[in-house]
Design a binder for this molecule. Sequence first.
Ligand SMILES: [Zn+2]
Length: 192
Amino acid sequence: MDIFQTVKQVSIVDIVHHYIPDLRLRAAGRTCTGRCPWHKDKNPSLTVWPDSGRWKCWACGIGGDQVALVAKALNLKPLEAARTIARDFSLPVPGVRRSVSPEVRQKAQAAAKERELQAAFAAKVRDTYLSLAMLYRCINMVFDSPDPPPAIAWWVNRLPVIESLMDELMIRDDEVRRVEAVRAAREWGLCG
Ligand SMILES: [Zn+2]
């Protein structure tokens, strides 16, 4: 695996958070959207595809993968951008062999484990958010249908709760509240 493939393991969402912290992404179906930092963006023109690691601004016409985003954000050449990602996310860089002490290796392994847990949690949050968003849309669709079943009233009453859970999941700097929101959604049987 070369360095460009290696850095593709990093989620594009994590890349955005790390290198463009001001860019707030909102999940919308299987994509995320946000305001493009490279033009005066009133509407969220920037789309990010977490599944493929791609991004695109529909107004500027620019886009690409993780490396292209970091290259653009930090004004680097692609190889420099890939190396920057590898360094910042402590990824093993192919072709670079270092003799490291056991402590250093242990530390790196612990960091890798921590990253794995964080990535798993981020995926959980994303899945929960998408499930809630889908439920929210379904409830509204059924409610707006010509002959909604009486049971929909119970669900319509829960729309504000679903909405607030979705908001909680978007709070990036408060892990505890996000964990709570995931737990609440799971208790509802909304998410696995
Ligand atoms: Zn743009």
